[in-house]
Design a binder for this molecule. Structure first.
Ligand SMILES: *Cc1c(COP(=O)(O)O)cnc(C)c1O
Length: 244
């Protein structure tokens, strides 16, 4: 089990490196985030002990369950699932440094109110639905700038970039089109020069498509299966925090 995880991590690092070389990028421009949904704290620890530092959950409940077991090992926690407003109070208890899945104004407003009350700030990425699939969360690319302008008024929310889940397809060029939308959107937003907004991070690419994402400018790739093995539930289950 331990050997498998370490072996898989080596392979992922190699894939990231090769994709960087292919696209003329520096390896340190791309961070590896481990998507740890359904993975036990014990197995996550193996990766952290090996030197990984960035992990993310999709559900507040799982974050809570593993929190105590992982707290002693230095690492950073992001959140990548669909966040319900009734979980805001909870999520702020677990040292999440970045919510990558901010996709609507009412969530931003309620997060801001709670953060103000607790005298905290948090990094956020705006989740964009680049695949045009009903089943996926995220703001429509055409509505992203408008949302970002509105969210930028909330002083406790530090917008650092964009996140997307690319189309699931074996056709690389269709997947690439999703990532190109992200890169273009990032450039458009930079040109808007919106106060309180930086666009340094593009979180895109998963186990199956991280090379394409890196070629198109990803700064964070989110990898689960390729490190920890297959999950028993369909991914859509984990994308919605609302389902138990
Ligand atoms: C599960 C998940 C990932 C990782 O997916 P894999 O295909 O297992 O690498 C990345 N991003 C999000 C939002 C996820 O829910």
């Amino acid at each position: 089990m331990k050997e498998d995880i370490l072996h898989n991590l080596t392979i992922i690092q190699e894939r990231i490196k090769n994709a960087c070389v292919k696209s003329g990028r520096n390896t340190d421009e791309v961070k590896l985030l481990l998507a740890t949904k359904t993975v036990s704290a014990e197995r996550i620890k193996i990766a952290l002990d090996y030197g990984q530092t960035l992990i993310a959950e999709n559900k507040v409940q799982e974050l809570k369950e593993k929190y105590e077991d992982l707290i002693k090992i230095p690492h950073e926690n992001h959140f990548i699932g669909h966040l319900q407003t009734n979980k805001i109070k909870d999520i702020l208890k677990y040292n999440v440094s970045c919510i990558q899945s901010l996709d609507r104004l009412d969530l931003a407003e309620k997060l801001h109110q709670r953060l103000l009350a607790e005298n905290k700030t948090i990094d956020v990425l705006i989740q964009v639905n680049t695949s045009n699939e009903e089943s996926k969360f995220g703001v429509d690319p055409n509505e992203a700038i408008e949302l970002i302008k509105k969210v930028s008024h909330y002083s406790t929310l530090k917008i650092k970039g964009l996140m997307t889940i690319g189309l699931f397809s074996a056709e690389t060029e269709r997947v690439r089109a999703c990532f190109k939308i992200m890169k273009n959107l990032q450039q458009d937003i930079i040109h808007e020069n919106i106060p309180n907004v930086t666009m340094t991070e593009l979180s895109m690419g998963m186990s199956g498509d991280l090379e394409t994402a890196i070629e198109e400018g990803a700064t964070i790739v989110r990898v689960g299966t390729a490190v920890f093995g297959a999950r028993i539930y369909p991914d859509s289950y984990y994308w919605d925090e609302g389902k138990a």
